[in-house]
Design a protein around this ligand. Structure first.
Ligand SMILES: NC(=O)c1ccc[n+]([C@@H]2O[C@H](COP(=O)([O-])OP(=O)(O)OC[C@H]3O[C@@H](n4cnc5c(N)ncnc54)[C@H](O)[C@@H]3O)[C@@H](O)[C@H]2O)c1
Length: 285
């Protein structure tokens, strides 16, 4: 897309972290932004800040796991601003732990939000974008959609799925000569609130038999969070990359090269029909 002024962006998971930074960046570019999120107080705050900075912004409380809520998001967007041109399928949550300890509730929650949320977004918005033959879809995947890090099995399963959907859509649109662009964003570590995703876990998907985590694990988590806060990329830096990708029509956006060699080694092992290489940890601390 060449000019974003006056165009409409819909951002799921737009009340925090990267989604919030996308909303700010697209608003700075003169877009009207629809911020969709399940966390109402954060959503209200994000929209109030956008509006006080002079942006035209609409907040819609929306659980992307609920198809009817995403249909309503489409209707509210049309009513307020007309059809969107930029669609950021970004809402996501993280669960971690070894596969042997993953509960059915963990699996269901992460698939509902990270995978069904993306599918619902496509169902509601994609045919309009294709029909108008303009626009851009940004999928927020992860480096965990390209490489299987230990203790991220259910999360990675959803992100591999998102990468597959993004690649497929890109191939289909290019084959049809469509002007709709696609970006697959695969962030490494970014300093956001993803590491406290539990704040948004529905009560029905809380595991009643969940044991309190051992002291040692909690200490490691603290060290990890400190590292992320001090060293990880800021969401605004990722938003710059996404703004540029929409203008340039870039498909792959990786936010850093930290896991590039691990991903390449995985590809090489597949090519050579070898066993997967030993794990590279997400973070070496
Ligand atoms: N932060 C990282 O290091 C990192 C790395 C790779 C990928 N990601 C991906 O980036 C995306 C954005 O996450 P973030 O890191 O900005 O985290 P974040 O927690 O700061 O933001 C995620 C937003 O999604 C919202 N959300 C959660 N469940 C929802 C639901 N059911 N319906 C609608 N909204 C919902 C949250 O309320 C929050 O506002 C996610 O898809 C995540 O998997 C993050």
């Amino acid at each position: 897309m060449d000019d974003l002024t006056g165009r409409v962006a819909v951002i799921t998971g737009g009340a925090s972290g990267m989604g919030r930074a996308f909303a700010n960046r697209f608003a700075q570019a003169g877009m009207r932004v629809v911020v969709a999120d399940v966390e109402e107080p954060a959503l209200d705050q994000a929209v109030a800040e956008l509006q006080s900075a002079g942006a035209e912004a609409l907040g819609v409380v929306c659980d992307v796991a609920d198809h009817s809520a995403v249909v309503e998001l489409g209707d509210r967007t049309e009513e307020a601003f007309g059809p969107p041109q930029v669609l950021c399928l970004n809402a996501g949550i993280g669960v971690s732990g070894p596969l042997a300890e993953a509960s059915m509730a963990d699996w269901k929650w992460v698939i509902d939000v990270n995978l069904w949320g993306v599918i619902h977004g496509l169902d509601v918005f994609l045919s309009g974008l294709i029909g108008r033959d303009e626009g851009h879809v940004i999928f927020t995947a992860s480096v965990a959609g390209h490489y299987s890090f230990p203790h991220l099995g259910p999360y990675a399963a959803t992100k591999y799925g998102v990468v597959a959907i993004a690649e497929t859509l890109h191939a289909e649109l290019r084959a049809e000569g469509s002007k709709v662009g696609v970006t697959c964003l695969s962030p490494g570590l970014v300093s956001t609130n993803i590491f406290s995703s539990e704040r948004n876990r529905p009560e029905v998907l809380t595991d009643p038999s969940g044991e309190p985590r051992p002291e040692e694990e909690l200490a490691m988590r603290e060290a990890f969070l400190e590292w992320v806060q001090a060293n990880a990329l800021q969401p605004a830096e990722v938003a710059e990359m996404i703004h540029r990708a929409v203008l340039d029509g870039t498909f792959w956006v990786f936010t850093d090269d930290e896991h590039r060699s691990a991903i390449s080694e995985r590809h090489a092992a597949i090519r050579e029909r070898e066993e997967p290489p030993p794990y590279a940890p997400l973070l070496d601390i």
